[in-house]
Ligand binder design. Structure first.
Ligand SMILES: NC(=O)c1ccc[n+]([C@@H]2O[C@H](COP(=O)([O-])OP(=O)(O)OC[C@H]3O[C@@H](n4cnc5c(N)ncnc54)[C@H](OP(=O)(O)O)[C@@H]3O)[C@@H](O)[C@H]2O)c1
Length: 318
């Protein structure tokens, strides 16, 4: 198939584009061409790269037509954040694509009720990002049901891989937390450390997209979580990472209002966003309908990323 991927040079595209090429697809990658994939791969030599700024092209109304003129069999949209943005693609592509895959997020769930959360549970999104992503999912799946538009939605967890800092055991992106655990220093955790995070390796997200493409009849009109097999509690995550560094975990717990004063506002906001969601998602649907078999546990994914942080000297204590 000719597969057009919009935003294919980022976390997921780094792994997904080589997988698409290796599977024999003709790949066209749209980006602003401001950045390169996190890892080089010979597959990129056979990828047609097109420079388009989606925001600018949406403003002048040309984006959907530019994608349609590429005559894709399948479109993978990695960077759609609102139903309006999705609509600008769906209208011109209606009746012209075999498969349309949208990258969502587990934030569509907001808080969970019964865990592990399944895709069937009613959505309780909060915050602009999660609310817009949930509305986009609703729009695309309704288009699939009402008009047969061949949409599939994949919902990644916290995407991890070598090349960027993973979400840490305090629920933010400060790599200094790993440095403290590595040195056996005390780490403060909010509340009882029992709130959860749910990572996924970027290559496993890529696998989920590949499996959706390969299982068209099970995938169309459906959404799927693309996460590791199990979420982590902050406390368990901190303990496991300390142990990986060969140190006992020195953890202390503070009520949220006290804890937040011990970190920067940026880190407090990131932690709040993560613990307010406390995701814990099921992969049963993707396993049974798509044969999604993640290669990485949450800890394995994080450890690969932290090994990269150590390698490039970015594991500095704050
Ligand atoms: N990161 C996470 O932990 C996480 C978790 C759950 C869900 N998600 C979802 O994952 C998706 C993002 O995937 P990702 O993390 O692989 O992406 P990413 O690493 O943020 O990369 C974004 C890609 O889009 C391109 N891009 C950005 N702005 C663009 C524009 N205006 N026009 C054209 N291209 C543009 C970038 O290249 P240029 O900069 O060169 O244009 C790059 O190829 C989003 O839908 C997000 O909601 C992410």
């Amino acid at each position: 198939m000719r597969v057009v991927i919009i935003g294919g040079t980022g976390h997921v595209g780094t792994y997904l584009v080589p997988r698409l090429v290796e599977a024999g697809h003709e790949v066209v990658c749209i980006s602003r061409q401001l950045r390169k994939p996190y890892q080089s791969h010979a597959a990129w030599e056979s990828v047609r790269q097109i420079g388009i700024d989606r925001s600018a092209a949406e403003q002048d109304g040309s984006f959907g037509d530019q994608v349609r003129l590429l005559a894709p069999d399948a479109v993978i949209d990695m960077i759609c954040y609102t139903p309006e943005s999705a609509r600008r693609l769906v209208e011109p592509l209606r009746g012209r694509v075999r498969h349309f895959l949208h990258c969502g997020t587990i934030w569509v769930h907001g808080h969970s009720v019964q865990v592990p959360t399944t895709e069937a549970q009613p959505r309780n999104p909060f915050g602009e990002y999660g609310t817009n992503k949930a509305a986009t999912e609703t729009y695309l799946l309704a288009e699939a049901q009402r008009t047969g538009f061949p949409a599939t939605v994949l919902h990644p967890g916290h995407i991890v891989g070598p090349g960027w800092a993973p979400l840490n055991p305090t629920g933010n992106f400060n790599p200094g937390v790993f440095a403290k655990l590595a040195q056996g220093q005390e780490v403060l955790l909010p509340n009882l450390g029992m709130e959860t995070v749910h990572h996924v390796h970027a290559d496993d997200v890529a696998q989920a997209f590949m499996q959706a493409l390969a299982n068209w009849s099970s995938a169309v009109g459906e959404s799927f979580h693309a996460v590791s097999p199990a979420a982590l509690t902050l406390r368990g995550y901190a303990e496991a990472m300390a142990s990986w560094f060969g140190q006992p975990a020195q953890l202390r717990f503070l009520p949220w209002d006290e804890w937040r004063k011990t970190v920067s506002e940026e880190n407090a906001n990131a932690t709040w966003d993560h613990i307010a969601h406390s995701p814990n998602c099921s992969i049963m649907k993707a396993q049974s309908l798509l044969n999604y078999q993640p290669r990485y546990s949450s800890l394995q994914a994080v450890q690969e990323s932290v090994s990269w942080l150590i390698e490039v000297g970015n594991l500095l204590s704050d």
